[in-house]
Design a protein around this ligand. Structure first.
Ligand code: GL7
Length: 806
């Protein structure tokens, strides 16, 4: 639907008058933003309704993507882009004296996720709609998103993220679709008049789950799917029980906060209740919808419904589906189990043991008694079936209930027909090491789906200068189909194109430099190498290795001021989980080193360190287009995939990486000459584990450079880190350097030196950068979701139903 600029302007003014009784000239940016948002929403509401109706009328199989995190960031520009009216809106606003980019800044980031896992879920939502796939998200509407990060004296301070304070323009509250969720109390089975066993609930609490729906707008295809997020309320029937403010608070707090922890399962009752809450609400609403609109027998559910368990947080999908099919739909166990396994599929996102969720039996029984009963039965039947086929030990190791704990990954694998990893290396490790036992039992269930990113957002929306060069060079088809970026390969020796891309990069760098100055008072030069590490702060991601290298450079420069090297700005963005002490210590050390180096007159602007506070999707959008170097330096085997690596590559940054996660596939895509690889391979890492011969002390004793760098943490070189510096030092020496930083140090330094040299030859560098952009297309989430749709969910895309339509 084309949009006439003049009509757009009139409509905006008209809506302002209607909603705020205001003329444009008098309206604040916020009022204009909300008016524009409402206008945009109105433009897709018909398509939203039509999409829903189409799926129902045609009985289309739909996937429901269950995720405890979604991280869409801001939605104004992506909605405008996907509706095909971004340019018109921009021009119309310019006519009215308004800058779209400024207006877009008014929108609060929807930050209902910690990092890659949540962002991936949102990239998938975009690609599912854009591919015309019938698919919906299901999650939690947290009142507070991931905390806002500030630095005080170099320490991280967490503030609440009140993203809903001024309302959320995109959501629609659907009270009529609310459902009740029962938790706590006791459940026992009693015989009914017709001789069946039925659960009887006693003293349970009833929570009201109210859905808030957000339209997920497909790219120029009139498809609008739904992201459904659930909020808790007190049901009318329970009002009497919650007369004290305190009691109400406790209940309403259930969906108040997102757990700010992406790896350590905290064993908290609230978290478990959150998990059941959105799972139960989601599945109940799916079944209700199916029965009401599809009018097919429940036995056919798996032909019309697919449910995806995104990491283990929604693993209760398995017993909850069983509960509904058995207790409410009165199917036999065997029939219910058959349907459940066919409907469910599961993605594993990490091999870190501490992130594989386990709950104590006691907590599970107290919080979700019926769920526990069903899981016990699943477990018992699993043992019964498998003990005839496999050795006793193997069956014991793979049980759901084991050593007093309920293993959610085991539940997810046993209760679904597909388990996938998120990059080739990661999927291989699942089969060979982490989930090897399960691979023996269910070899056919395992598969790989390499992650991808919403390429339109991460190029067209965030990087206009580059997008314009691409248009001029290879035409515009890449905007629709990122595979066409490969057309750029033909220009790798075209000096004019290389220069234009370099100019675009320079514009982005200058913009980021301005932002850095504005927010941190640090002045950086856009001529320097912008070396970027942006991701959650975690020991395995090794931000500390980056810091060790910076300290080495600093010491080299102090010792030899005439040392030749390119100017560098090291840019960090990272939040540490509030309870993750070591990660916070690293933040403090980076900030104090930054203070030292940035203010040392001997260094001037040869090295600058910028730790931008409050890393989130919107900040990523500012940093990524300006990056020259993409740091992906996790210890090999630890990063399941990574996705910022893909975004940075797409924007022409050169990857500096270990052979971990999707870095391996990035190397395959660009070739060895266009990426800097260093460090141990995953095999070598495992060899160390097997031989237990890693000695950090020896590396320290034998390597003078390492010694000098590490001593800087304890000898006063870096000020204000008396305790933190000691802690870092001890973690590396006394506690033997869990993530092998010292082992990889030399090869990291060497790779950095090569980068320094390469940047000196600008044509050489620009060519590498071009090759990275040209080969980024394969990491599109459009591609990834197509693979899920075909192999796992068995759902059809718009192409097939457009032809049906005629
Ligand atoms: C993660 C992985 O750590 C990350 O490597 C991966 O790219 C992402 C999406 O698959 O999932 N797992 C996880 O728990 N978080 C991740 O980012 C928070």
């Amino acid at each position: 639907m084309a949009l006439d600029k003049e009509i757009f302007k009139e409509e905006l003014k008209q809506r302002l008058r209607e909603n705020y009784a205001m003329e444009l000239e008098d309206a604040s940016e916020q009022e204009i933003f909300y008016t524009l948002g409402a206008l945009v929403k109105a433009r897709y509401s018909d398509a939203w309704r039509d999409t829903w109706k189409y799926y129902v009328d045609k009985n289309k199989k739909q996937v429901y993507y269950f995720s405890i995190e979604f991280l869409p960031g801001r939605m104004l520009k992506s909605n405008l882009l996907n509706l095909g009216i971004l340019d018109t809106a921009r021009e119309a606003l310019t006519d009215l004296g308004i800058h779209l980019d400024d207006l877009a800044e008014v929108e609060k980031d929807m930050a209902l996720g910690n990092g890659g896992l949540g962002r991936l879920a949102s990239c998938f939502m975009d690609s599912i709609a854009s591919g015309g796939f019938p698919g919906n998200g299901n999650g939690i509407r947290y009142d507070y998103g991931l905390f806002k990060q500030r630095f005080v004296d170099g320490y991280q301070v967490e503030l609440p993220d009140e993203w809903l304070q001024s309302g959320n323009i995109w959501e629609v509250r659907r009270e009529s679709k609310a459902v009740d969720v029962r938790v706590g109390g006791h459940v026992y089975l009693a015989e009914t008049n017709d001789g069946k066993l039925k659960p009887v609930y006693e003293n349970e609490r009833v929570l009201r789950a109210v859905p808030y729906d957000t339209g997920m707008v497909g790219y120029e295809n009139n498809v609008v799917n739904t992201l459904r997020l659930w909020a808790v309320e007190i049901p009318d029937s329970e009002e009497d029980k919650y007369q004290s403010i305190q009691g109400r608070r406790e209940l309403e707090d259930l969906t108040a906060v997102l757990y700010p922890d992406d790896s350590n399962e905290q064993g908290r009752l609230i978290r478990l209740t959150q998990e059941y809450f959105f799972v139960s609400a989601g599945i109940q609403s799916i079944i209700r919808h199916y029965k009401k609109w599809f009018q097919k027998p429940i036995s056919k559910l798996s032909e019309y419904v697919s449910i995806h368990i995104n990491d283990t947080h929604p693993a209760l999908c398995v017993p909850e589906m069983m509960r509904i099919l058995i207790d409410e739909e009165e199917l036999s166990w065997e029939q219910a189990w058959d349907i459940t396994v066919k409907v469910m599929s599961y993605t594993n996102h990490t091999i870190m043991a501490e992130a594989l969720e386990k709950w104590s039996i006691d907590l599970m029984q107290r919080t979700l008694p019926r769920m526990y009963q069903i899981m016990e039965e699943i477990d018992a039947r699993y043992v019964q079936t498998m003990q005839e086929l496999h050795p006793h030990d193997l069956v014991e190791r793979t049980r759901i209930i084991r050593n007093g704990q309920v293993h959610m990954a085991h539940l997810s694998i046993i209760g679904s027909h597909s388990t996938n990893g998120v990059a080739k290396l990661h999927s291989d490790l699942l089969k060979s090491v982490v989930l090897h036992d399960f691979y023996i039992i269910y070899p056919d269930r395992f598969n790989n789906k390499t992650n991808g990113i919403a390429q339109r957002r991460w190029s067209q929306i965030v990087n206009e200068p580059m997008s314009n060069v691409l248009d001029e060079t290879i035409g515009k088809t890449w905007r629709q189909d990122s595979g066409d970026l490969k057309l750029l390969r033909n220009y790798q020796s075209d000096q004019a194109v290389l220069e234009k891309l370099a100019e675009a990069k320079k514009i982005n760098k200058q913009k980021l430099a301005d932002y850095i100055l504005g927010t941190t008072d640090i002045e950086v030069s856009a001529d320097a190498i912008f070396d970027v590490q942006i991701k959650r702060l975690h020991a395995y991601k090794r931000q500390l290795l980056n810091l060790l290298h910076i300290i080495k450079l600093y010491q080299d420069l102090k010792e030899n001021p005439s040392l030749e090297m390119q100017k560098r700005v090291f840019i960090f963005g990272a939040k540490a989980a509030p309870s993750y002490h070591y990660a916070k210590v690293i933040i403090k050390c980076i900030n104090e080193t930054a203070n030292l180096i940035n203010n040392d007159p001997d260094i001037k602007d040869r090295i600058k360190i910028v730790f931008l506070p409050n890393y989130n999707v919107s900040l990523a959008e500012k940093i990524i287009p300006a990056a020259d170097v993409s740091e992906q330096i996790s210890l090999a085997s630890k990063e399941a995939s990574g996705t910022s690596n893909m975004k940075l590559m797409l924007n022409g940054a050169i990857t500096l990486a270990t052979l971990d996660g999707a870095n391996v596939e990035i190397r395959d895509a660009v070739g060895d000459d266009n990426i800097y690889i260093f460090g141990l391979t995953e095999k070598e890492v495992y060899e160390y584990y097997e031989n237990q011969e890693y000695s950090a002390q020896r590396l320290y004793d034998e390597n003078a450079v390492i010694r000098r760098v590490l001593n800087a943490f304890i000898d006063g070189t870096i000020p204000n880190i008396v305790y933190e510096g000691r802690e870092i030092f001890d973690s590396l020496i006394k506690y033997n350097d869990e993530y092998f930083l010292l082992r990889d140090f030399d090869s990291y330094v060497e790779a950095q030196e090569e980068i320094d040299k390469a940047y000196g030859d600008q044509t050489f560098w620009q060519k590498m950068s071009l090759i990275n952009i040209a080969n980024a297309g394969r990491f599109s989430s459009d591609e990834t979701v197509s693979r899920y749709a075909e192999d796992i969910w068995k759902i059809e895309s718009k192409d097939s139903f457009v032809t049906e339509k005629g």
